[in-house]
Design a protein around this ligand. Structure first.
Ligand SMILES: Cc1cc2nc3c(=O)[nH]c(=O)nc-3n(C[C@H](O)[C@H](O)[C@H](O)COP(=O)(O)O)c2cc1C
Length: 323
């Protein structure tokens, strides 16, 4: 008997249809080309490439990574060759792939983001832009765009103005209430939200005379951050109409299903790729098998099953300490 067809596609709007909901997260899969010998990249739902800035960056002083219980801290510092070199080196290859490549964009000012988006607009092989707004806004005393609804909305609107490319904006978990920030980004014209970026942390050097990382601060990722990511996706999915793509600590199918349950339409796999680059492609097959197993025609049947019928209380009200 022929197997029933399972539809794993994800429509993010503005013409961007992902073949399936398993993407790879920015900074953990290079520009995709590095993994060509190990993985059939065309079986992925999408590739978010390394953070790309207007000018080349050499990145932060070493050490840049350290292992933590259930995760890792990194402070790469957006090392990359700059947007023109990224386009020149990789876009022709991306254009030959079926998998959509989403270019992750970072900047130090609204003008930086706008200029990078302008240069990416219309380049064959660039399917969408993901704004990494967890960057200091140098003109505003170094305050991150991602922690302020006004700044997050401003940079989103400015980029929206210069490109018709699908626009994803990546939320930071380092805030007390994600909801006004998510709404501001939606109102400014983003097509989808991705959540979450890393949690800010530090480690101490072995001789305890200083912090361990060359940049002092690093971003925590891996299984340790999954509960935080689940909470942010849960709260965000209840206050926006645009799709939410979840990221944070995914290592197995159960994690994917948990994120779909709290309202994500797709997921990105990050740190776990360092241990097993074949994991994301395997998750695609496992998700399809799971749909067949429960008789679902699409993974979309799983989306939002754990969301409350009415909006839930945000954790910032202190519900976890209620007697
Ligand atoms: C080494 C490393 C580099 C990263 N670089 C970027 C980046 O350039 N831009 C970005 O938006 N996120 C970056 N991230 C964050 C990941 O895309 C992802 O949001 C985060 O690691 C949480 O997912 P995970 O727990 O599955 O790794 C990076 C993460 C790691 C571990």
């Amino acid at each position: 008997m022929a197997l029933a067809a399972v539809d794993l596609s994800v429509d993010l709007g503005r013409g961007l249809i992902l073949p399936n909901p398993i993407l790879v997260a920015s900074g953990t899969f290079g520009y995709g080309v590095e993994y060509g010998d190990v993985v059939d990249v065309d079986r992925l739902g999408g590739i978010c490439c390394k953070g790309t800035t207007l000018r080349a960056r050499i990145g932060n002083p070493t050490p840049r990574v350290t292992e933590t219980p259930g995760g890792m801290l990194n402070s790469i510092g957006l090392q990359n060759p700059g947007v023109d070199a990224v386009i020149g080196k990789y876009s022709a290859t991306w254009a030959r792939w079926r998998v959509p490549v989403i270019v992750n964009v970072a900047g130090e000012s609204v003008e930086d983001y706008v200029e990078v988006a302008r240069r990416l607009d219309g380049i064959p092989g660039v399917a969408a832009i993901e704004l990494n707004i967890s960057c200091p806004n140098v003109g505003r005393g170094g305050l991150q765009f991602a922690i302020d609804p006004v700044a997050a909305g401003e940079v989103t609107a400015a980029v929206r103005h210069v490109t018709d490319l699908p626009l994803l904006v990546k939320l930071s978990p380092n805030v007390s209430d994600i909801r006004p920030i998510a709404r501001a980004i939606e109102d400014a014209g983003a097509d989808a939200l991705t959540a979450i970026n890393t949690l800010s942390g530090i480690a101490v050097a072995r001789d305890r005379t200083r912090p361990l990382l060359g940049n002092t601060y690093g971003g925590l990722s891996g299984p340790a951050i999954k509960p935080v990511a689940l909470r942010i996706v849960y709260e965000t999915a209840q206050v926006v109409k645009i799709p939410v793509i979840a990221i944070g600590g995914i290592t197995e199918l159960a994690d994917v299903l948990d994120f779909l349950a709290v309202g994500a339409v797709a997921v990105q796999v990050g740190t776990a790729i360092f241990a097993d680059p074949t994991l994301p492609v395997r998750l695609v097959a496992e998700l399809e098998a799971e749909c067949r197993h429960v008789g679902a025609s699409s993974h979309r049947d799983f989306v939002g099953s754990a969301l409350p019928k009415r909006p839930g209380s945000p954790s910032v009200k202190g519900v976890e300490y209620r007697p």
